[in-house]
Design a protein around this ligand. Structure first.
Ligand code: F6P
Length: 532
């Protein structure tokens, strides 16, 4: 199948897809789910290519794997776990069984406890030593930071709770800057860590505890924990009433829907948080029921596979023309690269195609004035994913929003059309002539024929954000199944952690550098000489 697809790609690669994009293609190469429109007409995928991609998806057994995931089978085979973040948003979808036991009563009970606590924080019935909580600091990293940080930013117009801060980096600048801005007497610290062992998080949590202890008598009373490790949260001194647990079938990068989303719930309130969950659940229903040609996660995955594994484009840019989604690229970097950055298939064999792509991006229009130069005229093709809302939240500035939308549409059009040498010459013919005209014109040529997709929606709100995040989660799932990998483990982060632990005493000067390579030893020497 891969060979057939690559052969098809080779056959059509010189074609200018701009010539295909008429009204019929716009209708055929787009799909809508709820109020989201996904347009992939501005790609070089044609009906034959799409049929081959759908064959690939069917031969990979995506439908069966999808049903296995939703029904609690242990599809995370290397860790022997189910993958059930979807249960966290299964508000009215009936029982979900793991090893024969329905997990929904536990999920709903924890949700109710979170709602009770979030409400108490918001209305002041849970207070700090100095009164009503004014600031919430979420200390976590990776999935215990990126999801809530991204969502809190995305839903800023819905905030009516205390201020939320996020501390993730072990660089002391992160925690110190945040603590400086808060009053310990009215701050709630949430320690978010699935394992409650992550060194960055536990180090920052201890720093925050010491900071609070300087002014607050019972520091533990202003701490909450989000974790699967109840014993470790107790050892840290956090009362079980403020510990919100979840099960190992929730992967870190998929965990914003449950307790890890507590800071979001405190910021926007339980009702809006439920709307977020319902958005995710709506996308689950769509993913489980829509035909492949109408199925947004499947289509997004097929476009991704076409560009990455078939065409060989190594990166993809995620470009939200929605400033509220400014943290989405960072969030997707973990979701996509930690999930699908694997070199071996489930059975341990080397992959026969490339693993998932490098994902990166920034909100438009900022990126236009930074790196779009490379996207338009660089020698490598970078498929782009645009996200754009029809409306913003600033009704009095709607004309400004229209300018934003025009920019988004202009970029996908420019990438597709480009500008040929004749057009470039015409642009500068009044200024130059002869050889200088040729030289100047060449610098103004845009190759065009550069692919992009657009995800358009009416307006960012909790339900919409839930749909968008679940859309990307399921896209990652489909891509992972097609590649035959396990998207739900992350062994690739282990080696660096082990070496950091071993290097800490060396950096501190408590152990010597013997056994280290020459480069590392020399760097340790330099840094020690300079005060580390
Ligand atoms: O090191 C990677 C990782 O395990 C991520 O998968 C996870 O989201 C992050 O670290 C944080 O882990 P924890 O929530 O256990 O602190």
């Amino acid at each position: 199948m891969w060979d057939k697809l690559k052969a098809h790609c080779a056959k059509v690669s010189d074609r200018r897809f701009e010539d295909m994009v008429d009204d019929a293609r716009a209708a055929d190469f787009s799909a809508e789910a709820g109020d989201i429109r996904f347009d992939y007409a501005k790609t070089n995928i044609d009906a034959d290519g799409r049929a081959l991609l759908i064959d690939l998806l069917e031969q990979s057994g995506v439908a069966a794997k999808r049903d296995a995931m939703f029904s609690g089978q242990p599809i995370n085979e290397t860790e022997g776990r189910a993958v059930l973040h979807t249960a966290l948003r299964n508000l009215d979808g009936g029982p979900v069984k793991v090893d024969g036991e329905d997990v929904m009563p536990g999920v709903l009970e924890t949700l109710a406890r979170m709602e009770e606590f979030a409400t108490a924080v918001r209305d002041g019935s849970f207070a700090g030593q100095g009164g009503k909580i004014t600031d919430v600091i979420n200390i976590g990293i990776g999935g215990s930071d990126l999801g809530p940080a991204m969502a809190v930013k995305a839903l800023a117009p819905y905030h009516d709770g205390p201020r939320c801060h996020f501390v993730s980096n072990v660089d002391p600048a992160d925690v110190a800057d945040t603590l400086r801005a808060c009053d310990p007497a009215t701050t709630l610290v949430i320690v978010a860590s699935k394992t409650f062992t992550t060194i960055e998080t536990m180090t920052n949590a201890r720093t925050a505890k010491a900071w609070m202890a300087e002014q607050v008598d019972d520091t533990g009373a202003q701490f909450a924990a989000l974790s699967t490790a109840a014993d470790k949260t107790a050892d840290f001194g956090i009362d079980p009433s403020r510990v919100f647990g979840f099960e190992d079938w929730v992967g870190g990068r998929y965990s914003v829907w449950g307790p890890i989303g507590l800071s979001l719930m405190i910021a926007i309130g339980p009702d809006a948080f439920r709307a977020f969950l319902r958005g995710g659940q709506a996308m689950d229903t769509h993913f489980r029921s829509a035909s492949w040609l109408e199925n947004l996660p499947a289509l997004l995955a097929l476009v991704g596979i076409w560009h990455n594994q078939i065409c060989g484009y190594a990166t993809r840019a995620v470009l939200p023309y929605d400033n509220l989604l400014s943290r989405l690229p960072a969030y997707l970097q973990q979701l996509e690269m930690e999930s699908n950055g694997k070199g071996v298939s489930m059975d341990g064999a080397d992959l026969v195609v490339d693993s998932g792509p490098v994902v990166w991006g920034e909100p438009g229009t900022n990126g236009q004035h930074a790196f779009y130069q490379l996207i338009h005229q660089g020698t490598r093709v970078i498929p782009c994913e645009f996200l754009v809302a029809a409306r913003g939240h600033e009704d009095d500035l709607h004309h400004q929003h229209q300018l934003l939308v025009a920019n988004c549409l202009a970029q996908s059009e420019a990438l597709m059309r480009g500008r040929d040498l004749d057009e470039a010459r015409a642009k500068v013919a009044d200024k130059y002539n002869g050889d200088e005209l040729e030289r100047q014109a060449k610098h103004r040529v845009f190759p065009g024929n550069r692919p992009s997709v657009t995800i358009a929606y009416p307006k960012q709100d909790p339900f919409m954000l839930g749909q968008i995040i679940a859309l990307y989660e399921h896209r990652v799932f489909v891509e992972g199944v097609v590649l035959g990998i396990n998207s739900y483990d992350q062994w690739g982060v282990e080696l660096g952690k082990e070496l950091a632990t071993a290097l800490q005493p060396v950096v501190e000067g408590k152990a010597d550098v013997s056994g280290k390579d020459g480069s590392t030893a020399a760097l340790v020497g330099f840094l020690r000489k300079n005060g580390v």
